[in-house]
Design a protein. Structure first.
Length: 220
């Protein structure tokens, strides 16, 4: 049986075309590479950018006038949201700056910690002490103020009562060692105006005043 062989035309080989500059796929690829390079450069640049801000060279307390001697400049990396909360050194100090809340030693100075004297609602009061305060009572620490009335003739004095809590310490004067037993120490505390009458009344009464440090509020 004869079989016929059909001569079929061979399929034409597909030729790969070089993409031209107008090829959308090539343009998209170039755009993605350029965007990636730009994003990487921006990230590296942002990571290396620092901003000068003020740092307290020692504890700052309300009512204290601030000068550049009380501050040092540190370059820190902060984003824009964080930066607005701190006092920038490249912007300089405001006119007649006064501390309005406690700033710890070596702490970045918050922008709202420096204002005007009119913004203060505290007054400095010197509290004489019969006993030497603990070593935790330092400038910038917070203390509670207690009053123990003098004995009225009975065997025991009246119960102690708290006059105010969380008062910032502005100054500490400790008695010499030989005089510690007989008093001579004093602590200047910053009393809110609302508590001022109670504190002054206790100072004018017969009795003893004590300052008790709030744990962790001050560093020795």
């Amino acid at each position: 049986m004869d079989t016929a062989v059909l001569d079929l035309p061979a399929p034409a080989a597909a030729r790969l075309r070089r993409p031209g500059w107008r090829d959308p796929r090539l343009l998209t690829g170039i755009a993605l590479v350029a965007a990636s390079v730009a994003l990487g450069s921006w990230a590296v640049s942002s990571a290396q950018t620092t901003v000068p801000v003020y740092v307290a060279s020692h504890a700052l307390v309300p009512g204290q006038k601030v000068t550049t001697d009380d501050l040092v400049v540190a370059d820190v990396r902060l984003d824009s949201a964080e930066l607005e909360h701190y006092l920038r050194a490249d912007a300089g100090l405001p006119a007649d700056p006064v501390v309005v809340r406690v700033v710890g030693d070596d702490e970045l100075v918050p922008a709202d910690a420096v204002g005007r004297a009119q913004d203060l609602d505290v007054r400095s009061v010197a509290v004489p002490l019969e006993r030497t305060p603990s070593q935790d009572v330092v400038v910038g620490a917070s203390v509670d103020l207690w009053f123990t009335p003098a004995s009225d003739g009975s065997d025991t004095a009246g119960p102690p009562r708290q006059l105010a809590a969380g008062l910032p310490v502005a100054e500490v004067a400790r008695a010499e060692r030989g005089l510690a037993a007989s008093g001579g120490s004093s602590v200047h505390v910053l009393v809110p105006e609302a508590k001022l009458s109670d504190v002054l009344a206790a100072l004018g009464s017969q009795g003893a005043l004590d300052v008790v440090a709030v744990p962790g509020s001050g560093e020795r």
